[in-house]
Design a protein around this ligand. Sequence first.
Ligand SMILES: Cc1cc2nc3c(=O)[nH]c(=O)nc-3n(C[C@H](O)[C@H](O)[C@H](O)COP(=O)(O)OP(=O)(O)OC[C@H]3O[C@@H](n4cnc5c(N)ncnc54)[C@H](O)[C@@H]3O)c2cc1C
Length: 365
Amino acid sequence: MVIVGAGVVGLAIAARLAPRHTVVVLERNARPGLETSSRNSEVIHAGMYYPTGSLKARLCVEGNRRLYEICERHGVPHRRTTKIIVATTGAEQAALGEILSRGAANGVELRMITAAESRSLEPHVPSAGALFSPNTGIVSAHGLMDHFARSARAAGAVIQLRAELVGLVRDGLEWELRVRTAAEEETVTAERVVNAAGLDADTVAGLAGIDLEQAGYRQHYCKGSYFSVSTGRARLVSRLVYPVPGHVSLGVHAVVGLEGRLRFGPDAEYLPDRRLDYAVAESKRAAFGASVRRLVPDIQDDDLAPDISGIRPKLQGPKEGFRDFVIAEESARGLPGLVNLVGMDSPGLTSAPAIAEHVARLIEA
Ligand SMILES: Cc1cc2nc3c(=O)[nH]c(=O)nc-3n(C[C@H](O)[C@H](O)[C@H](O)COP(=O)(O)OP(=O)(O)OC[C@H]3O[C@@H](n4cnc5c(N)ncnc54)[C@H](O)[C@@H]3O)c2cc1C
């Protein structure tokens, strides 16, 4: 079987399937995990935001539990930091009530805390009341991917780097894959192909002949930038602090890194073309400052420095509603043995171990 893409999703699937299948992972970059999987908040989400019954809700809740187990058993750096979602107005308090109910329906442990309790946890964060999530945390994304890559290789998987899939054709009972390396373009065959190509998952599905518009697989690129706090004010926050979420993203939030670094982000900026432009514009500082001060008023624009950015592969266009992960075995389209994973935006990092189980069930059914 060939898995296209060595991000956290492809690697988790490789680790899960390698003990029972022959697995080759193709990765176009020189190292695994250089794209979205290492350009994110590294938050282990609890799963309270997503519509009940959606793949995002189910796989996030299961992924959260599995991820902590993996981290504890295999020494992957992580911390159960906990998180608060703070309301600053009456209307936002009502929104917290909705998140609490959805969280309960999704099986997420959450509780409402008073403004005084919220301030005792985070004295520098103004609050009219908050939700407390005990099982939200942070993980080293590279640590996690290293673990999956090691497990996959130990079970016999091959991770082929600098190898880009450029053609995918069903030929009789097999898939014929055209793979471009630095030296040549070669053709290999496989009974099964798992498309975990992240930002190019739609392109890869298109190579197999799927009409992207008809299938609803066309991805939009939505960039998220971060600013870090480079001064002593980095100690003003000790856990993850989120605002009440917006329409497209969870809103600029405070991320406390494993090494104690404080970052704010990501914002949400749809990119009109599909360029991997990771530059963080200095000109965003004032807008970031304003969002940051909604959470921590003592942080000034001058405390903020441009940090990393990442790009979300979103199925949801700028003015569209919620779209779920697509994880589809494509026999119904006449493409047996092909599993597409499309629109793997947040919470894809948290969900990775549960996504791997889900794909194993599809393949071994
Ligand atoms: C700003 C931001 C913040 C986020 N925060 C969080 C968070 O806090 N918690 C959370 O759970 N999730 C978060 N996410 C989501 C999470 O990062 C992604 O869901 C996850 O990393 C997706 O992993 P992936 O393996 O599908 O994709 P990727 O990491 O993009 O991996 C895909 C791989 O496929 C390779 N590839 C593509 N095409 C080909 C080809 N033709 N041939 C060979 N290789 C190919 C690429 O080079 C890449 O390495 C965030 C995302 C962003 C952008």
